[in-house]
Ligand binder design. Sequence first.
Ligand code: SAM
Ligand code: DTB
Ligand code: SF4
Length: 345
Amino acid sequence: MTIRHDWTRDEVVALFERPLNDLLFTAQELHRQHHDPDAIQVSALLSIKTGACPEDCGYCPQSAHHDTSLEKESLLALDEVVAAAHAARAAGATRFCMGAAWRSPRDADIELVASMVQEVKALGLETCLTLGMLTDTQATALRAAGLDYYNHNLDTSPEYYPMVVSTHGYDDRLRTLDAVREAGLSVCCGGIVGMGETRADRAGLLLQLANLAHHPESVPINHLVKVPGTPLADVPDLDPFELVRTVAIARILMPASVVRLSAGREQMSDELQALCFLAGANSVFHGEQLLTTPNAAPARDIDLFARLGLRTSDHTEHDHSGGTDRGPLLYGSACANESNAPEPA
Ligand code: SAM
Ligand code: DTB
Ligand code: SF4
């Protein structure tokens, strides 16, 4: 199966126009050629620096341009980060993603964050950072510290991006993605649906991702979490089947990538999430909180994955051997049962 990087806009638009059953069938066929259909990768998120961001991203509660009554917090201490990573590992996460509300880090920040990466990695977790725009030197320093993934989303089509953000441009995002790739890091890059964009914009985002020289190893599809005080708080709701289509088309265009059903799961029904998993989503953020907003409750995830027969897996894009099944998630009542706990790394 060849992985393509030469998709045309017409092809992607035509995929969006296919009957949903056909689309799901194609997506599931491709999914099964590249992934275990009953396994799901579990990541945890921690906001290591919260709010007061100079950027004006219209969707984001952490922008200093919006009045969202968010509690700002400066960079967390190393021991706080390590404690959160311990808890995430005990709860079944295999990757720990640390996010900072920065336009771009200062070099002094990189040193502090590099020590967080080293300590989290020592726990046997994969590491991911999302800190804003990076220089080549910063990306290389983070790689040297042992960082596995860098998350930097394109978020929407190049045409819609300036409607949503004015303080940086699409080219800035692409430049950071180049720096990350050049440094030898795995790329986590996706976007947000439900921001008032058109179907053509959703196609435009997926076209950009699928025609990168290397597909992102990890493709987060976020559904907008509407936060009061942000400019996008009152955009009309997206037809949920458009989310399913977006996931299915991400799967078809980037068949070997892990597609994460990311923000917005708290507001989704179990049935909508199940449809997204059928469409090819095979990763989630698990834990009480995303960065600043609530995530789907951990106990609900445990129940849903059990009902769907989904196993958590440490299979990653670094390891195409098939990985190791890790069994059930461990939040909630199962936490108390030590015999269920994963082997310490
Ligand atoms: N400041 C860095 C940046 O912008 O790349 C890292 C943190 S930023 C919060 C990471 C991503 O979170 C954004 O690119 C966007 O995809 C997502 N995000 C932020 N607010 C969101 C919201 N309200 N709903 C869904 N996704 C959101
Ligand atoms: C991604 O694509 N989604 C995550 C993670 N990467 C950093 C962030 C979601 C943030 C949702 C809004 C919030 O909790 O602040
Ligand atoms: Fe800042 Fe990132 Fe939020 Fe934009 S998305 S306001 S850059 S934290």
